[in-house]
Structure formats: structure tokens, C-alpha cells
Design a binder for this molecule. Structure first.
Ligand code: SF4
Length: 326
């Protein structure tokens, strides 16, 4: 069912660390050497929090299990022994400063999800695909079984959840359909999927896949169309406006969210593609009305799927319809 409005969120994007145990063939984010490695320090984060922020969301992304790659380096940089422990501290600081955390830290166990649940408004993990692909040959965390297991665990914990597909990394059309059906099936079991991102692969310099063509737009459109047909109507389909154009053709096919944009920070995963500003988005989606949402969707606010720690921040921003007060 098409909505009358198209949503987006305003975030600050915090790349907690670029140290990652995986090595995906298309990734430009991960540190290639210790010289490239960085971890956001608490003082850097506080400096960002103390600037005037329009955002409601603190989006935390990171390489997967950096503590396995360089345990001493991670402890020295953060004072913590795991990414989950450190990100929990950052989430608590974000909440204190009036921002709703959304963490996407790669594959996490049930115990790790429990640690983070109460300090996040929602969480995420891109499924990417259920197919075993060459692009993931050096990435144990991209094993589809592991990712499906985590998405199911988030469902058992009633965490409003964002997942998605990465299109054009070697998967077939049948794989895409299987992946969407797997997400839908998890949602039927737990009712926790709030949005599914359909994201195109874009080739990045100095990666194994730098010469691989991105998916054609008509092929991408077809995935959005199929996604809308397979996924339950309460699951929103998100397309990134800095990577897909013309977005309006995707909205016509049922996409109704444009993801997060940030005025203070860049898209660290796709640094070559700046986000359009809010006014530009408004023009792009007209005649649909552009509305700002929180990182937790209205349906999950209504169901009360949030903790006491998060409640006061949700109440500050959410209007009666669950979107941001106007
Ligand atoms: S898991 Fe993410 S950060 Fe790590 S190599 Fe793959 S795409 Fe890059």
C-alpha cells in the first residue's frame, strides 16, 4: 500500500571504528592496515554532541568485532574490551544529549543484543543476501545463516529492526527473491522489521570490485517492485537518495523512506556521494509530502517497544502520529 508521505530522518553518523574482522570485496570503509585504523574517541564524540544539532538520531556504525583483530589496540583506544561495551557508553552519552541511538555493528550474539537493547531506539543489520557469494569469501560475518540468526534474535528481544539487501554484488534475481522472503518470514515470526533498505552496490576505487558495474536502474527498480510485493505493508522500503536516481520512480513502485541525512557528518560508507539537503528532498518527492521520522517507526512507538532509558527522548520528539513533531 502506498503512503501519502515519504519519510526521512536527521542523524549524526558516528563511524565508531573502521577496524573489521571481515574483508568484503567491495568495501572501502574497513582499515587496510594499522596506519589506516581509527576509533572515535569519547572527546571527539562529545565535541560533536556539543555542536548545535538538528538531528534526532545518533547512527552508530562500525567494523565487525574489532576486538578480535587487535585486542590491545582496541582497549588502548577505548578503555573497553569489546565494541559492544564501548558503543553502549556512546549510546548512553547520546541519550543524555537528547539523541536516539540506532546501532548497526555487524553480527552480534543474543547476549550482545541484550546489552544494547535498552540504550537503542532501534537497531540494524543488512542481511545483504542469503546467497553464499565470492565477494564475501573473506568475511565470516557475512555468512547468511549468522545474519538470519541475529535478525531472529533481535525479533525475540522485540527490538525494532532495520535490515536490507545490497544489490549487484554477485547475487541472482532468484537470490534477491529468496532474501526478501527470508526477511518477510522472520517478520511473520516476530513482527519486528520496521524497514528494509534496498541499496545498490557502487564500485569503489582500490577495492577488489572496483571495475564491477553497478546494477542498472531498471534492474534496481525491479527489486523495489518485488520487495513491495513480498514484504508486509507495514514494512517500509527505504532507498538511499544519494545512490539512486530518479528516486521518484522508486517511490511510485512503493519505496517510502529516504533514510538518514546528516548536516554535521558525511556518509562514511559512500563518502563520494553527498546526501541531498532537506529542501532538495522535499522537491524531489513532490507531490508527496516529506515528513521527518525518528529512528523508531510510529508503529513501534505505539506498541511501546522501547525502554525507560529511551522513553524521555522519544516523548520529546514524537508527535501524535509517531513522526517528528512539526
Ligand atoms: S563487514 Fe562491513 S566494514 Fe567489514 S569489510 Fe564488510 S562491508 Fe566492510
Amino acid at each position: 500500500m502506498k503512503k501519502r508521505y515519504v519519510t526521512f530522518s536527521k542523524n549524526i553518523f558516528i563511524p565508531v571504528t573502521n577496524v573489521c574482522r571481515n574483508a568484503c570485496d567491495y568495501c572501502v570503509y574497513r582499515a587496510r592496515s594499522t596506519e589506516d585504523a581509527y576509533t572515535v574517541r569519547i572527546d571527539q564524540f562529545l565535541e560533536l554532541l556539543n555542536t548545535k544539532l538538528e538531528a534526532t538520531e545518533a547512527l552508530f556504525t562500525a567494523g565487525e568485532k574489532p576486538e578480535l583483530v587487535d585486542p590491545n589496540g582496541f582497549r588502548n583506544a577505548t578503555g573497553c574490551s569489546t565494541l559492544v561495551e564501548y558503543t553502549k557508553e556512546l549510546c548512553q552519552l547520546a541519550l543524555k544529549h537528547g539523541l536516539l541511538p540506532h546501532s548497526n555493528l555487524g553480527v552480534l550474539s543474543m547476549e550482545e543484543l541484550k546489552e544494547l537493547r535498552d540504550v537503542n531506539a532501534s537497531m540494524g543489520l543488512m542481511l545483504e543476501t542469503t546467497a553464499e557469494l565470492e565477494a564475501h569469501k573473506n568475511s565470516p560475518g557475512k555468512a547468511p545463516k549468522e545474519r538470519l540468526k541475529m535478525i531472529a534474535a533481535a525479533g525475540r528481544l522485540k527490538i525494532p529492526f532495520t535490515t536490507g539487501l545490497l544489490i549487484g554484488i554477485g547475487e541472482t534475481q532468484e537470490d534477491r527473491i529468496r532474501s526478501l522472503k527470508a526477511i518477510q518470514s522472520l517478520h511473520e515470526d516476530y513482527g519486528h522489521i520496521q524497514e528494509v533498505i534496498i541499496q545498490p552496490f557502487t564500485p569503489k576505487p582500490f577495492t577488489v570490485m572496483e571495475k564491477r558495474e553497478p546494477p542498472r536502474f531498471d534492474e534496481f527498480k525491479e527489486v523495489v517492485r518485488i520487495a513491495r510485493a513480498i514484504l508486509a505493508s507495514e514494512i517500509t522500503i527505504q532507498v538511499p537518495p544519494n545512490l539512486t536516481s530518479p528516486v521518484m520512480e522508486l517511490i511510485e513502485l512503493g519505496a517510502s523512506d529516504l533514510g538518514g541525512i546528516s548536516e554535521q557528518t558525511i556518509d562514511y560508507i559512500n563518502p563520494e556521494s553527498p546526501w541531498p539537503g532537506e529542501e532538495e528532498l522535499r522537491k524531489i518527492v513532490a507531490p508527496f509530502v516529506l515528513r521527518e521520522r525518528l529512528p523508531i517507526y510510529p508503529g513501534f512507538i505505539k506498541k511501546g517497544w522501547y525502554s525507560e532509558e529511551v522513553r524521555h527522548v522519544i516523548e520529546r520528539y514524537a508527535g501524535e502520529d509517531g513522526l517528528r513533531k512539526q
